[in-house]
Write a protein that binds this ligand. Sequence first.
Ligand SMILES: [Fe+2]
Length: 622
Amino acid sequence: MRVSLYEKTIPASHASKLGAACAALLALAAGCAIQTQPRGLRPQAKPVENKPASFTFAVIGDTRPGRLVIPKDNASPSADYLKNIDAINRAEPDFTILVGDMVRGYNTRQGNLLERQWHEFDKTVARYDAPLYMVMGNHDVWDKHSYETYKKRYGAPYYSFDHKGTHFISLSSEIPGQMNRITGKQLEWLAKDLEKAKGAAHKFLFIHKPLWVDGTDYSGQGAWMKEIQPLLLKYKVDAVFAGHEHYYEPFNVQGIPCFITGGGGAELDAWPKLGGFFHFLKVSVPLKGKAKIEVVKDGKEYPSNIILKGFRRMVAGVKQSLDNGGTWILNPKKGTRVEFQFNNTFKETMQLCLEWKNGPSGNPVERIIAPQRCDVFLEPKRVKNIVFFASPITNPGDIPKLEWKLYEQGELIVKGEMSPPVARQGEFQTMKRKTKKTILKMNERARVVGGRGNWTGPKDCSANIQVVKGETGLLIVADVKDDVLAANAKRDDLNDHVEFFFDMRPETQRGKGRYDKGVFRVVATPFFATAKKDEFYFQPARAEIQGTMFRSNPIPGGYRVELFIPYDGLGKQHLQAGKAFNFDFGINDNDENGQRPSFMMWSGDKRNRWSTARFGRLRETK
Ligand SMILES: [Fe+2]
């Protein structure tokens, strides 16, 4: 039996059953230094040993079981996670830190399922030979109830400890009311804790969400760089570890090595070449000098640059370019120019192969687009445009699919297939013609872009919208049919509402890229909304347009929202006041207190919130 300074980790629930005498006997039998409290799972426990020495520890993330099949399986761990535990035990670290998402969670309403999941978790982690420290993830804590459950079972949401002269800090990005932020008491505590530990030989920090990463859905980066990063620099923190994303990726944030290590056992969400493999990190801390960080994958150790820094961002950029470019507009007279722009921000040359394949109608692709195939080298720090020309078509089924493959040094990194978007065409009327004609309709299943299974027909949710060009501004009248007017969800974006999307840039820029000046979104909450927010708001926030008016009234079978945007304010904040523009609208239909809203979109899809490529096109009626 391996002799360790620590006893084997016994989850609290099991330890209590064993009884103190029994635990002491077990510890004696193992030849361990006796400690009556199990460590690890009780993060507030005092360290046993803090004499400076070299040692190793392991970091693993996102080990939660996959989708639940109730009641057949309430929480069993994945085979890949169990393999990782075995590999960690073979590596013999002093302890392991699990950086969150340990149970499936998100199940407050399902009886004691959460307790059962934690019980299963306790059973699983009893397999670790060395102690385990925990970091709170969003699957572990997502509301007050789960937060209280966690604290009762495992202690403080954030804490620190010392081990062999090194200081360890575990933060929580999931405290209810402070999600995705390290703020308030936690921030004060962190500053004090780092000050107290400034003499430590090494300092490591752990958090569930990688808040230093830009452009993520949790968007904590601004606050992190302003409030946390300066502390990390000041106190010379050695490295930061997070999970949440189910892959491995190394970063260098102003000289501080930061890692996403989310391949502990939950389903992976990246290609292997982009870090999508099961793994954990082994950190070897020397008495003096830098710690060595290795990726352990399939029982083998690899250097931390097994994935190169900036690589994922480069690939994401290629995907984004494909997503943003290539919108087709059906026109029997004119052809379509399909253009992509790629920017290689990475330091290596990448090779990209694009190939068009027959669309759903089966019409031969060579009659539709040229060139049919294109191989290009994307050189580092260079922007490349690729242009295709398509003959005039009217049938959306003729639009070919685009297969793409990205290579680095002849090795396939990632491949994909995209169906280019078809922008819907509409007209906006002049004020004089605002009589009977309804212009933009949204009443069919094909327009349901989220929660399609919940949509039962036009009476459930549908809309007619008029966009009218007035003397002094744009008027938009949306008549929404909705059988249940729901406004009970806590977040107003989960309640019934209408979203309008505008891309008011000049013709050559429209439909390309992300949100920018000239692009904005208006969220209009109807008359029955209980949200405390204004009844409508703009995104991005800086896009607020002076003089905008909004109102909402009941109509038979639903509600109406009206929005007036004056050209004056529009011209100051945006471009193209009063000219043709790209436009879209979406309806959020919630019948179950924010549980499962269905979302309809006139032209595009859910990506409209980030990309303008799928917006519809409006031209003025003559
Ligand atoms: Fe997560």
